[in-house]
Design a protein around this ligand. Sequence first.
Ligand SMILES: C[S@@+](CC[C@H](N)C(=O)[O-])C[C@H]1O[C@@H](n2cnc3c(N)ncnc32)[C@H](O)[C@@H]1O
Length: 168
Amino acid sequence: MNVVVLRLGHRYARDKRLSTHVALTARAFGASEVVFDAPDTEVRKSIEAVNRAWGGVFTVSWTGNWKKYVKDFPGDVIHLTMYGLHVNLAIDGIRKSSSDKLVVIGSQKVPAEMYQLADFNIAVGSQPHSEVAALAVFLDRLFETRELDMDFNGLKKIVPQARGKKIV
Ligand SMILES: C[S@@+](CC[C@H](N)C(=O)[O-])C[C@H]1O[C@@H](n2cnc3c(N)ncnc32)[C@H](O)[C@@H]1O
């Protein structure tokens, strides 16, 4: 099952740090690609540098037509929103299908049409928080924690330590 993250409402420059965190989180928690609704070569360059050092083939791309991208996606579309169905109640149903997943997150106000285009509108608790937090929790539930043990086969690898840092 391939997982792609679509972030809506990306504003170049202003959102660079948060968008980089969205991409890093998607990469570390098992997605294969992040798609923005506006070009951002800076975020792409930072993630390519992370791939070179820490491994994996995670990609950053963008679309000029997010509605078409969502409609054409060959798999299940999951929109993360605090107004959706509670993730704890919905996750088993989502996991039942082995189809690829498009996980959509917003930044500020998400266009109303997104709620209709989604196969699932899912809330990670019914309180407002952050797209990065919602994405991390959702992917962790989707992969049932297995994503944290993925081998990225990178040039650098951390050896977990009780204290201090060890990189081989
Ligand atoms: C600044 S929040 C805006 C909150 C927004 N009113 C909403 O619909 O969730 C930006 C993004 O974070 C995600 N988000 C925030 N809280 C969430 C929650 N409790 N459950 C799922 N996603 C959430 C959504 O993807 C949202 O578009």
